[in-house]
Design a protein around this ligand. Structure first.
Ligand SMILES: NC(=O)c1ccc[n+]([C@@H]2O[C@H](COP(=O)([O-])OP(=O)(O)OC[C@H]3O[C@@H](n4cnc5c(N)ncnc54)[C@H](OP(=O)(O)O)[C@@H]3O)[C@@H](O)[C@H]2O)c1
Length: 219
């Protein structure tokens, strides 16, 4: 919304906030008092819905935490709605988000910090693992490109299998981990190195940082 835009009112479309969190104050200032009761969707990391409602004067605020696979329609976004948001509003938001992939409503705004830590930042964790697999590929004499293809296709395939299967990730892992075998050797090495707990700590660090950013931006 730019300074010259027409007034937005209740039931008149949707206002999307997609500026950097640090820019929100500057972007909202010319709109304040002219938004009426319009429905708003924010994808800004960290800015809480209280702060958006206060800055814009409209309580009809939904926050979304998308992730980068949205670029190819395979994202998953966490959504949170303030109490003033109606069932029709939620349906509209779902429709707007649909081309980016799946979405998941959370009941508590604080849960968006966990969503940020899991799926918002998650693509980077995945690429970090792929980078390590590629480095191992090169150490073993494969080319970086061969490593990239093998690692990405394996991760993508495993994710697709996990999504389509009724079995838990644990069962799917155990199925390819026969005692004394190659996968067993790798998993035993990861367990000895504490890879699982290290990943849990990393996700918690992201959650803590998301909360800190929310506190920093107020609301
Ligand atoms: N990328 C992700 O996967 C992801 C995931 C979750 C959340 N987010 C959040 O999404 C938001 C946008 O991220 P992004 O990576 O898309 O940032 P970006 O590429 O920098 O886009 C920011 C946009 O805001 C516009 N803008 C800046 N100041 C403005 C103002 N005062 N008034 C009107 N428009 C203004 C910019 O326009 P100009 O180009 O003309 O300057 C630009 O189009 C951020 O809050 C980020 O935290 C992103």
């Amino acid at each position: 919304v730019h300074a010259g835009s027409a007034e937005l009112g209740e039931g008149q479309g949707l206002l999307v906030w997609a500026v950097k969190p640090q820019m929100f104050g500057e972007a909202a200032a010319p709109c304040a008092g002219r938004i009426g009761g319009a429905l708003q969707l924010s994808v800004m990391a960290g800015i809480r819905s209280d702060a958006i409602a206060k800055a814009t004067g409209s309580e009809r605020v939904v926050r979304a935490m998308p992730n980068t696979p949205a670029l190819i329609g395979q994202g998953i976004a966490g959504l949170y709605a303030r109490t003033a948001v109606s069932a029709d509003d939620r349906a509209l938001i779902e429709q707007v988000m649909a081309p980016t992939g799946q979405s998941l409503w959370v009941d508590r705004e604080a849960d968006l910090d966990a969503v940020t830590a899991l799926s918002g930042s998650g693509p980077a964790y995945f690429f970090y693992v792929v980078e390590a697999m590629m480095a191992a590929a090169v150490e073993m004499g494969l080319s970086a490109e061969q490593g990239r293809r093998l690692a990405l296709a394996t991760c993508g395939g495993a994710a697709a299998l996990g999504l389509q299967s009724d079995e838990s990730p644990t069962v799917l892992r155990e199925r390819v981990t026969s005692k004394g075998g190659t996968t067993y050797a790798a998993i035993t090495s990861m367990q000895a190195d504490g890879v699982g707990p290290a990943i849990e700590r990393a996700v918690r660090a992201a959650q803590i940082r998301a909360k800190e950013l929310g506190d920093e931006f107020g609301g």
